[in-house]
Design a protein around this ligand. Sequence first.
Ligand code: HEM
Length: 80
Amino acid sequence: MDNGDLKEFTREELAQFDGNGRRAYVAIDGLVYDVTHEESWAYGKHYGLTAGKDFSKEIMGTPHEKIILGKLKIVGKLVD
Ligand code: HEM
């Protein structure tokens, strides 16, 4: 899929998807990923993070770094 076809999320819109009774989305490098059904993101929480935000910096230095993104569904792109 071309990035141009992706749904656009502002930071404010992304913040709605915090996984607390809603879907859980996180942004990395301008793309928005769905972590709703990841056990380790239950209730939108993962190692001190809360979904609905951009974690491009935070993901670096984690055990999985960006390799993990390959298993996640892209649901949109982040716009400023
Ligand atoms: C403070 C930042 C983070 C820390 C310390 C962290 C740490 C970890 C650890 C220790 C695991 C389990 C071991 C592993 O699967 O390698 C894990 C799993 C996972 N992490 Fe993170 N993580 C962080 C950020 C993120 C971010 C931003 C994402 C999403 C973009 C993410 C997505 C996942 C997923 C999907 C799993 C499950 C792996 C699986 O079961 O296949 N993590 N994380």
